[in-house]
Design a protein around this ligand. Sequence first.
Ligand code: PLP
Length: 395
Amino acid sequence: MTRIASRVSQLHGEGALAVYSRAKELERAGRSIIHLELGEPDFHPAAPVVDALRNAVAAGLDRYCSTQGVPALREAIADYLRRTRRLDVAAEQVLVAPGCKMALSLAMMALIEPGDEVLYPDPGFPIYPSFTRGLGATAVPFGLDEKNQFQPDVDEIGAKITPRTRVLIFNSPNNPTGTVFSAAALEKLAALAQKHDLWILSDEIYARILFEGQYQSIRSLPGMAERTIIIDGFSKSFAMTGWRLGYAVAPLHVVEAMDLLVLNTFTCAAEFTQVAAIEALRDSTSAVEAMVEEYRKRRALFVAGLNRISGFRCQPPQGAFYAWVNTEETGLSAEDVQKILLEEAGVAGIAGAAFGPGGKNYLRFSLVSAQNLLEEALERLQRVSLHWRAAVSRR
Ligand SMILES: Cc1ncc(COP(=O)(O)O)c(C=O)c1O
C-alpha cells in the first residue's frame, strides 16, 4: 500500500473533540447535555463586525490578497497591541494567518529543526508537543503544578535546557489552568532565553480575557523583542472561532520566513475576514469588555459551586475561560469522573490528561455556557457526586 509520511504518526488529536462527539451522540438520543467541553465562546462577533464582513464581500474583497496580511489590518494589529499591551510593534512585524493555530505552526516550521528540543507547558495546549514531534523535534514538558499555583518552576525549566534546546513555548493565561505567568516568572524566563539563546513562542490568545491586573507580554522585557514570537488571534477575545483569523508578531527575518511558508501553503487569509477584523479591533460597542465581565461572573459562580462539591478543588483562574478542577479526593480517576458526569449527569467536561500527564487528576470545564446553565450543571454534579461522596467522607 502507498504509505503515509511518518511525521503524521507523530501527531495527535485533541481530547475535547472526542468528548464533544459522545455528547452530541447522547443529545441525538434525547438526553439533555450541558456543554462545557470545547474552548469555544458562546458569544458571536459584535454586529458592526458582521456588517463589516457583509460590506467587504459586497465590495468584491474576495480575491487573493497580500500573503503577509492586508496592510490596514497589520497596522490595526500593531496599534491594538500598543493600546492594550503597551507593545512597540511595527506593521511589518505582523503576519496574518487563518487562525492562531496556523500562525503557531508557521512559526514552529520556521524555527524548529529535526533533532531540536522544544520546552512546553504540562498541562498545556496539546498541539505544542504534537506539532513539535511532527517536525521531528523532541517535545520536553515543564510542569505547571498546583503546589506552585500553576506557575512555572523556572529552576526546573533551566535544568531541562540542553545544547539542543531551541524554543520555549508557553501560553499565558494558560489553557487549561487559567494561570497568568507572574512578572517574576516572565523576567526569569527572559533571562533563561537570553542566556541560552532560545526563541520564545508566546501564545497570547487569552491575553484580553484577564480577571485581574494588566497584561504583560514577555516581548516587552528588555532584549526580548528580537527573540519572541507572539501568537494571537480573533477566536477567543472576539468570539470569532469559525472565521479562522490569527496572527504572529515576530522579528522581520522570521516574518519573511513565515511569509514564504504562507506562499507555499495557503497563499493568504481571506481579505473580507481581515477587513472585518479591523472593525473587531476597533471594538466600537465595547463587546470585549462586556464578554470578559460575563466570564468574570461565570467564574465566580462556577468556581464557588465546584468547591462546595465534595472531592472537587478549584482555584479561581486568573485569565481565560476555564475551570481546572482537582478531582484526586474523589478516589476515582479523572476519566471515570468525566464519564459519570457525561453519561449520568449530562455535563460534558474533559479529563485533564488530554492536556498532558500533569493533568492526570484534573477535569477542565469551559465557562462557555450561560449562568443559568452553569447553575444547572452544578446541581447535576452535586447529584452524581454520591458516587464518591461516601469514599471522601471515609478519608
Ligand atoms: C492556547 C491556545 N492556542 C491556540 C488555540 C487555537 O486558536 P485558533 O482557533 O485561532 O486557531 C487555542 C484554541 O483552543 C488555544 O487554547
